[in-house]
Ligand binder design. Structure first.
Ligand SMILES: CC(C)(COP(=O)(O)OP(=O)(O)OC[C@H]1O[C@@H](n2cnc3c(N)ncnc32)[C@H](O)[C@@H]1OP(=O)(O)O)[C@@H](O)C(=O)NCCC(=O)NCCS
Length: 156
């Protein structure tokens, strides 16, 4: 029992240490290779999306809502968001697998949420592939509910 408690305390301390070291800042152009590498590691790059183009376009619209998380000069997390005057949207929330389950995903999301709130946003939407079950569980855990809607999209 004591061992279990000690292990729990050790893991909690490690988590707090990592969060203390985490610096969340706006994306800079020089971050691009590391960010794209991270997205590949996190399986976020799919054939229909060109990450370079996604970044280029985001830098033209609300670039301040594209954030990276850095620990010891290493980019270990990202989140991209946007507000269209009605709803906020979240994309590319990613944490390096070496750092997952330490509260960093929640921190990144909360930072993006705070920025959207400041813009007057009252609801955040997001799209997750149906096959990405564990991420759906993560989002439900941090407060998202299943909107009773069918997600539709049209490529332009
Ligand atoms: C989703 C992702 C960003 C979560 O990041 P993370 O740093 O591991 O998450 P956190 O440690 O901040 O977790 C926050 C809470 O959610 C819980 N959680 C994390 N992953 C979970 C999962 N798969 N299922 C259920 N709960 C989960 C944690 O236990 C934690 O709970 P607590 O605050 O009550 O202790 C990360 O798993 C990831 O990068 N996945 C791959 C990329 C991806 O698919 N992104 C989503 C694109 S839509």
């Amino acid at each position: 029992m004591v061992d279990i408690i000690n292990q729990f305390l050790q893991e909690s301390n490690q988590m707090i240490d990592l969060i203390k070291q985490l610096v969340i800042r706006s994306f800079q152009v020089s971050d691009e290779p590391d960010v794209i590498g991270l997205w590949h590691l996190c399986n976020l790059v799919v054939p229909q999306n060109d990450p370079k183009k996604d970044i280029e376009m985001k830098l033209q619209v609300q670039p301040e809502l594209f954030l990276v998380g850095v620990i010891s000069n290493r980019i270990i997390s990202t989140v991209m968001s946007g507000y269209d005057g009605h709803r906020g949207w979240i994309y590319y929330l990613a944490v390096d697998p070496d750092f997952q389950k330490n509260g960093i995903g929640r921190c990144m999301f909360e930072k993006a949420e705070m920025k959207l709130r400041k813009l007057g946003c009252s609801k955040i939407n997001l799209q997750v592939r149906n096959s990405n079950k564990s991420v759906i569980a993560f989002y439900k855990h941090i407060g998202f509910l299943d909107d009773d809607v069918l997600g539709l999209g049209k490529r332009l």
